[in-house]
Write a protein that binds this ligand. Structure first.
Ligand code: RIB
Ligand code: CA
Length: 325
């Protein structure tokens, strides 16, 4: 009985997690970090979306990350091949033509799960225990938006949604005011925001404070395993564009910050605020309007993460990558 209650206690502490992603260099680092953390994260599935590169490549790259982590127990469902309304945009200039810079890619052995990611989200969240599943959104929010449009009642199964996206204090990375994931599908972000799900945003405001450095990359590359070598090579290539653009001494690992937040939230801090998304054509298209000082006196609808412990992040990432093959 003690064992069962012990197991039950452990099971109760685990986060039931679905990761929605557009791999993407930093997505792959996030996936490896998550798949290296089975004690805390019960990854139900990975769902892929077009974003950094086309859907066929984001889905191949998610399968590659799964193969590298040795986690063939996790199903991967492909989802939306394009945004809800706007003309698709990609970030191959940052992530490379294959969506994975710095390393050779190949066709992974294990394929995709049968069925579309949107239907998987609808079926799973409909049947889930009330507010039991956490959803980490690492790319454009198209899949979740389509699922919510098709079946608004699926919010019953969601505990919370953690979004890598948006920017306020930092400014944008795809326009002066817009961050890529929001710019790539702002209407989807509005659908998610309007659904009333418990939302946490991990924006550029915090990811740009958690930067690589020579020492931190050495820390990873020095792990002497395939995962450390891969992440070292990927990040070395991936961060070059941001370092050049911003004149920074290192680059952010945006999506992995979402997984680190789930694993060690004490590394981060933020504020419950009111936020909206601008989906009007024009210079502020895709901007997140984060009312940090409550100027509009609107009810808070997101937890906006604004700060993080950079060395704590890299120590966590290094320690978990060490567990992989
Ligand atoms: O702006 C950074 C975000 O856009 C990250 O999720 C990166 O992978 C790209 O999708
Ligand atoms: Ca991403």
């Amino acid at each position: 009985m003690a064992l069962l209650s012990g197991n039950a206690a452990t099971a109760a502490d685990k986060i039931d997690l679905i990761i929605d992603t557009d791999p993407g260099a930093d997505d792959v680092v996030a996936l490896l970090l998550a798949m290296a953390s089975p004690d805390e994260l019960n990854i139900r599935a990975i769902t892929t979306v077009a974003g950094n590169v086309r859907l066929d490549k984001t889905s191949r790259n998610a399968r590659l990350a799964r193969e590298w982590a040795g986690r063939t127990d996790i199903p991967i469902y492909a989802g939306a091949p394009r945004p809800l309304l706007r003309t698709p945009i990609y970030a191959a200039n940052i992530h490379g033509a294959e969506g994975l810079p710095g390393v050779p890619v190949h066709e992974p052995t294990l394929g995709l799960a049968e069925g579309n990611a949107v239907n998987y989200l609808v079926d799973t969240l409909r049947k889930a225990k009330p507010h039991s599943i956490t959803l980490a959104m690492l790319g454009p929010q198209t899949n979740l938006a389509l699922a919510l449009i098709q079946a608004p009642e699926i919010t019953q199964g969601l505990k919370e949604v953690i979004v890598m996206g948006g920017a306020h204090f930092n400014g944008g990375n795809i326009t002066p005011v817009a961050e890529f994931n929001l710019f790539a599908d702002p209407e989807a972000a509005e659908v998610v925001l309007g659904s009333g799900v418990k939302l946490t945003y991990v924006p550029l405001d915090v990811t740009h404070k958690i930067l690589t450095s020579e020492a931190r990359l050495q820390q990873i590359a020095g792990l002497d395993n395939r995962a450390g070598q891969l992440v070292g090579d990927i990040l070395n290539e991936y961060v070059k564009a941001d370092m050049l653009h911003y004149g920074l001494p290192g680059g952010p690992v945006h999506d992995a910050s979402v997984i680190a937040y789930l694993l060690q939230p004490e590394l981060f801090s933020g504020r419950e605020i009111h936020m909206s998304v601008d989906s009007r054509e024009g210079p502020t298209f895709g901007q997140t309007i984060a009312d940090w000082y409550g100027t509009l006196k609107q009810p808070a609808n997101v937890l906006w993460i604004e700060n993080g412990d950079a060395q704590g992040f890299f120590d966590l990432l290094t320690e978990r990558l060490k567990r992989l093959p």
